[in-house]
Design a protein around this ligand. Structure first.
Ligand code: SPD
Length: 279
């Protein structure tokens, strides 16, 4: 009999994938981590029963989290990633040759070890510019004595488990503390359709801390509803101003991202213009 793995979006909807084999299943100090072979998406990482990423569709999510910020930030030498334990975000960041140093602060070493072993294609773990610290990202941005970053990425889970604290204003203030004045903060901001309340809450909180907040949109097939959003925030950002050289180099090898996708992703659908008061 076929085994189906189910993510419950809420009490009204679920998403099911046929699983051929479980390759990793462990509860860490923080969360339940599974790596499963699915018939539709290949190998997939699941945390606390929520699909995080899969070999087949990960490029949508990681390219869209990373490149809009990295082709528009004034400089990209020093990059901080909070979360991102599967390695996909760091891999995309490291594709930019102007990036000199990437610090990734991931709370759960079990995710890093499991992904290195079972989903090795996701990461660029041997790149000497990458430094992985197994530590709490919330306290890192609040307390760490570090030189400021050009760009900070948040690549966490949904607001459950250890990921909850990554969706509040204190954390966002911490991010601002470690950013250069013209720095840029990019994060995944959930499904605007299915998790509209979380999406709006993120926009509102960021808007109280940064002078510009720009959401943008794209597909991530394995996530709730498939319609996803990311957001860039900063005090001096212009997501429409793409650096021609960085763009040219990076878009060549992307599977999803390119300059047309970048421009189109910034378009606000009417239902969101209305709720965001941007009519
Ligand atoms: N609904 C799941 C959202 C998860 C976002 N982060 C995924 C991690 C991929 N690197």
């Amino acid at each position: 009999m076929a085994l189906w793995y189910e993510e419950k979006f809420d009490d009204k909807a679920r998403y099911s994938l046929r699983v051929e084999r479980t390759v990793f299943d462990e509860c860490s100090e923080f969360q339940h981590i599974q790596i499963v072979d699915t018939a539709a998406y290949g190998r997939a990482l699941v945390i606390d029963d929520i699909f995080m990423t899969s070999d087949r569709d990960e490029f949508f999510y990681h390219e869209m989290l990373v490149h809009p910020a990295l082709v528009t930030a004034p400089s990209v030498e020093r990059v901080l990633i909070i979360g991102g334990g599967d390695g996909g975000t760091a891999r995309e960041v490291l594709r930019h040759s102007e990036v000199k140093e990437v610090i990734m602060v991931e709370i759960d070493g079990t995710v890093v070890d499991a992904c290195k072993k079972h989903m090795p294609g996701l990461g660029a773990w041997t790149d000497p510019r990458l430094q992985v610290r197994i530590d709490d990202g919330i306290s890192f941005v609040k307390n760490a004595e570090v030189a400021p970053f050009d760009v900070v990425f948040l690549d966490g889970t949904d607001p459950v488990g250890p990921g909850k604290g990554l969706f509040n204003s204190d954390f966002y203030r911490g991010v601002k503390r470690v950013l250069k004045p013209a720095g840029l903060f990019a994060l995944q901001s959930e499904s605007p359709f299915y998790m509209g309340d979380v999406f709006l809450d993120i926009q509102r909180r960021l808007g109280e801390i940064f002078s510009a907040v720009t959401p943008y949109f794209g597909p991530v097939p394995i996530y709730a509803s498939g319609s996803w959003s990311w957001t860039c925030a900063g005090d001096a950002i212009d997501l429409a101003a793409m650096d021609a050289v960085r763009l040219e180099v990076v878009e060549r090898d992307c599977k999803y991202y390119n300059r047309d996708i970048h421009r189109a992703a910034l378009a606000l659908p009417n239902y969101l213009r209305q709720v965001l008061g941007r009519r």
